[in-house]
Design a binder for this molecule. Structure first.
Ligand code: PHE
Length: 454
């Protein structure tokens, strides 16, 4: 007998862990994390970030996964079935929209990484001064053809993976790409640690400079903890929905949080030992990867290969994240509109590519076009990462804690409620306090702060 519309699922727990880790480790961990650490006081910032991961990142990850796993449907279907009214259905759609918008500009930056990988391979990243590195980056990122072109190629690669579905696409490809990524990180860390002045980098990274912590820095640490775990935009709800009903959620999520943290810290070690070895400033900001890193590699023995490894690492990490940002919308089209996966993937890819074009042109042709004083890229990334993502997280937390109820929600955490509560009462207590009180309060504070009210 043919089974119609059978929902896809992960093949194994390891498969889920690699896929979720692939989503978590991305531009946020490799491109953003080192430079926000550099700008906000090194070790002190890291400590704050770790605390936020523990008190809001991990609990909300659990909350999102439990929503998906119990409903076995896209964020829209999941929110609607748990919230039982149109408001929650609409909220689910908002999360899908957020992930989709993020996928559109994420692909632009990821496209630059892919473009830089090719630049590294053809030997174009030889710079003798910061100015040369800078002008090369400006020249490329302002070129419409280069920027839109790589955005297109990157999006096409992502769609190609999604085309194959959950097991053969997302899971299988993550299981190949993530170990490769870990190997590349280790090579770079070993190289970094053997450089002269490596200790300066380590010291910067791990010795807290509390004077550099500002209120804005605290919010950045909180936002980073959120973004790095791909929360607030349907991704983890969707990935949770492919878990089988009897999966133990804390057991499958804990490794994701730990490994993501370790990888981010290792990338920090690699970047800062390399940067300090050449006496360069750690505060370069978003351009750290495109200007400082190639400059450092030019001066180093074996720099040609290191540059290739480095941009390969970032591209792989971005690819496994991009697919996770697109998947909620695709799962919505499959679940709700009954579209076949191939049609849904191509449609999502084409639309996300088109929406991403103004972002790709924001550094050249559309430089002067601004919304609220920001170029299109800055506006859309600010709006989605700083406003829509915390809002999505808040909705998920409220749904679990106050609409569904912690007790009912937790009964889906493991095979059965008894198993969970009897064997791990402290964990249940911890999640409950974090989800009911700590997370909503902190997220509301972030949002009020952004609106200038607090
Ligand atoms: N977690 C990803 C990162 O650190 C960002 C991301 C967010 C990816 C949302 C997909 C969806 O880069």
């Amino acid at each position: 007998m043919k089974v119609f519309n059978q929902r896809e699922s992960w093949q194994s727990r390891t498969g889920f862990i690699f896929a979720a880790l692939g989503s978590a480790v991305g531009l946020g961990s490799i491109w953003r994390f080192p430079y926000v650490v550099g700008q906000n006081g090194g070790g002190a910032f890291i400590l704050l970030y770790l605390i936020f991961l523990a008190i809001i990142g991990f609990p909300i990850l659990i909350a999102e996964i439990v929503i998906g796993k119990s409903a076995q449907s896209s964020p829209y279907g999941a929110f609607k079935s748990i919230g039982k009214n149109r408001f929650w259905g609409f909220s689910g759609k908002t999360l899908i929209f957020t992930g989709f918008i993020i996928s559109s500009f994420y692909s632009v930056i990821a496209g630059w990484m892919l473009g830089y990988l090719i630049e590294a391979i053809i030997g174009h990243l030889n710079f003798t001064s910061t100015n040369l590195a800078l002008s090369h980056f400006d020249k490329l990122s302002s070129s419409a053809l280069w920027s839109v072109g790589w955005h297109f190629v990157f999006m096409a690669l992502s769609i190609l993976i999604l085309f194959f579905g959950v097991r053969k696409g997302i899971e299988q490809k993550s299981k190949i790409m993530m170990p490769l990524l870990i190997v590349v990180v280790i090579i770079l860390v070993v190289k970094g640690l053997t450089l002269p002045s490596a200790m300066k980098g380590i010291k910067f990274l791990f010795s807290p400079n509390w004077k550099m912590i500002t209120p804005a820095g605290i919010l950045i640490a909180l936002g980073q903890a959120f973004f790095t775990l791909s929360l607030g935009q349907g991704t983890m709800i969707t990935y949770g929905s492919y878990l089988s009903k009897n999966e133990d959620i804390p057991k499958s999520c804990f490794p994701v949080v730990i490994l993501n943290t370790i990888i981010s810290l290792l990338v920090g070690v690699a970047v800062f030992t390399i940067v300090f070895s050449q006496d360069l400033a750690p505060q370069a900001g978003p351009s750290l990867i495109f200007e400082t890193i190639p400059l450092v590699f030019t001066k180093m023995k074996g720099g040609y290969f290191l540059a290739i490894f480095f941009f390969l690492l970032v591209t792989l990490a971005a690819l496994t994240s991009e697919i996770s940002a697109l998947e909620p919308f695709i799962s919505y089209l499959i679940d709700e509109k009954k579209w076949p996966r191939k049609k849904a993937s191509i449609f999502a890819g084409i639309v996300a590519f088109i929406i991403g074009i103004p972002s790709a042109l924001s550094f050249g042709l559309l430089k002067r076009f601004t919304i609220l004083g920001m170029n299109f890229f800055d506006f859309i990334s600010f709006f989605s990462i700083n406003i829509l993502v915390p809002l999505g997280g808040l909705l998920a937390v409220i749904l679990v804690s106050y609409v569904w109820g912690i007790k009912k929600a937790f009964s889906h955490l493991s095979v059965s409620k008894e198993v969970f509560f009897h064997h791990r009462p402290w964990m249940a207590f911890y999640f409950k306090i974090c989800l009911k009180y700590v997370s909503p309060v902190l997220i509301i504070l972030i949002l009020l702060n952004l609106l200038g009210i607090f």
